[in-house]
Design a protein around this ligand. Structure first.
Ligand code: NDP
Ligand code: ZN
Length: 181
């Protein structure tokens, strides 16, 4: 138990350090670290996940994609299983933006159980942000396109948690309603 808390706190410290100075795209430019914390919180509260390596994967999920962190750094500090989860949810930045979006849809069909949980929780966090704290320069059309794309990714992920899927669907429905009203 203490070991799990210790690993989780280590992940929080690591991610907060790596994302220091980064901000989300919402109007008030929230600290970036709030987003991975929210993703882990969704997994714990909604899906009942208590697997500390999955929760660490959630905390670390954007470090390799968005900061100077390698998968090797993650493996050294948190082990191979956490590194694999992060790897599965990291975009290939050598692809153009449109191809990256398509790659997420395609990769979701063969994502692992753990990767699917983190991926779907990440999409939930982002669609809830698109509904309540959207990037300040996004048009209604762009917000709707984001929701449609997130739905395609999640449909292919097939997460094992019915609670998570149902929370995704509720969040998506509310986001669509909010944008249309
Ligand atoms: P995205 O459109 O993918 O930006 C969304 C990502 O930003 C999220 O997945 C999330 O990623 C992160 N993010 C940070 N803050 C927020 C927030 N407040 N709310 C929601 N998400 C947030 O990336 P780009 O800006 O790089 O644009 C790329 C794509 O957008 C291309 O496919 C392009 O074609 C399309 N595009 C569409 C336009 C339109 O008008 N329809 C205009 C311009 C581009 P994470 O979880 O990793 O933090
Ligand atoms: Zn994310």
């Amino acid at each position: 138990m203490m070991e799990n808390i210790s690993l989780f706190l280590k992940a929080l410290h690591f991610a907060a350090d790596k994302h220091r100075g980064q901000r989300r795209k919402d109007e008030s430019a929230s600290p970036y670290i709030n987003h991975p914390i929210y993703v882990a919180q969704i997994l714990s509260d909604i899906a009942g996940i208590d697997d500390v390596e999955v929760l660490c994967g959630a905390i670390l999920h954007d470090t390799v994609e968005d900061t100077e962190t390698s998968l090797n750094d993650i493996e050294l500090a948190f082990g191979l299983r956490v590194a694999r989860i992060v790897e599965e949810v990291t975009d290939d930045k050598s692809l153009a933006k449109g191809a990256r979006k398509q790659a997420q849809i395609d990769h979701a069909t063969h994502i692992s159980r753990e990767g699917a949980l983190v991926k779907v929780a990440d999409k939930i966090a982002n669609i809830r942000d698109v509904a309540s704290n959207p990037p300040s320069d996004w048009s209604t059309k762009r917000r709707k396109e984001y929701l449609d794309w997130a739905e395609e990714v999640v449909t292919n992920c097939k997460p094992e948690s019915p609670e998570l899927l149902s929370y995704f669907e509720d969040s998506l429905g509310s986001a669509r309603k909010g944008i249309d009203s």
